[in-house]
Design a protein around this ligand. Structure first.
Ligand code: CP
Ligand code: NVA
Length: 317
């Protein structure tokens, strides 16, 4: 895995390999072991939006693996003091891996094109691959298998929903999304998904009760994502019948769990009684961000080390 910008970059086998690494590292961590697997490797966190989970779980993960982390905020001025290409060419020679959180997805793609170090997407307006990887890992832990599972996503077809849709397709999980039609997954994304994974089992509907009827997990996220603050009131109106509350959870099978990527807007997309209730697994879900990102760092750094050992592919004569 050279870069991880979307889950289209990973095959099913690569995701399963990541999960095997994550599981092993999580078990070691729970025994109090911190394996010094990547000593003196440097991770740069280049963030244009706020973050608790992604930032801190990557920092902790890198520290546990023996490496170190630099947090780079607005002040480094990428694309402002100098072009993204120049910035990436310099930063990519200082550090071993870059995790980037940005607005337009194209910015992370441009960073990756010009960086010698691998780039991992820590959230863009379009995708949040690290989140979806941790979410499906959490579901597998909870149910013991992903086979024959259905994930019902109630809310905006945003970065998290898109990444969940791809991750579910790769891992054979049924993905059902309920939203007003204007906020559902668009045709160009659906075409790309079908091309990448022809057996993807994905359904969209407007009725949240229909969506959750056979769900193993009921998932929601904020109605207005970072960068959409000006639309908050319009979206609040559009989504007001999509709140995940006790009534909606009663329309799901009793074994269904509740998931949310967090941060939550309590009282909007989810009520306190659901997020704090017995079906909620939001905190183990958040904890797994760290364990799965440790697996991601381990895989990315192992790939970079093997590239360095074998050298770049030969130029054609
Ligand atoms: N879920 C998630 O990515 O949280 P942060 O925005 O706090 O990183
Ligand atoms: N969809 C949310 C996810 C936050 C982790 C956002 O982009 O703000």
């Amino acid at each position: 895995m050279r870069h991880l910008l979307t889950l289209f970059d990973l095959s099913t086998d690569e995701i399963l390999d990541l999960y095997a690494r994550s599981r092993r590292l999580k078990e070691a961590f729970s025994r109090g072991e911190r394996e010094n697997r990547h000593p003196r490797r440097v991770l740069a966190l280049l963030f244009e939006k706020p973050s608790l989970r992604t930032r801190v779980s990557f920092e902790a993960a890198m520290t546990h693996l023996g490496g170190t982390t630099l947090y780079l905020g607005e002040d480094v001025g990428w694309g402002k003091r100098e072009s993204v290409a120049d910035f990436a060419a310099v930063l990519g020679n200082y550090v071993d891996v870059i995790v980037c959180r940005s607005f337009a997805h194209g910015r992370v793609e441009e960073l990756a094109r010009h960086s010698a170090a691998p780039v991992v997407n820590g959230l863009t307006d379009s995708y949040h691959p690290c989140q979806a990887l941790a979410d499906l890992f959490t579901l597998e832990e909870h149910f013991g298998t992903l086979q024959k599972l259905t994930l019902a996503y109630v809310g905006d077809a945003n970065n998290v929903a898109r990444s969940l849709a791809v991750c579910c397709a790769r891992l054979g999980v049924r993905f059902v999304l309920a939203a007003p039609t204007a906020y559902q997954l668009d045709d160009s994304f659906l075409d790309r998904l079908k091309q990448a994974e022809s057996s993807a089992d994905l359904v969209q509907c407007e009725d949240p009760r229909e969506a959750v009827a056979e769900a193993h997990a009921v998932y929601t996220d904020v109605w207005a994502s970072m960068g959409q603050e000006a639309e908050r009131e319009t979206r609040r109106q559009a989504f007001r019948s999509y709140q995940v509350n006790s009534r909606l959870m009663r329309a799901a099978p009793p074994h269904a769990v509740f998931m949310h990527c967090l941060p939550a807007h309590r009282g909007e997309e989810v009520t306190d009684e659901v997020i704090d209730g017995p079906q909620s697994i939001v905190f183990p879900q958040a904890e797994n961000r760290m364990h799965v990102q440790k697996g991601i760092l381990d895989a990315v750094l192992a790939d970079a080390a093997s590239r360095a050992a074998t050298g770049p592919p030969a130029e054609p004569a």
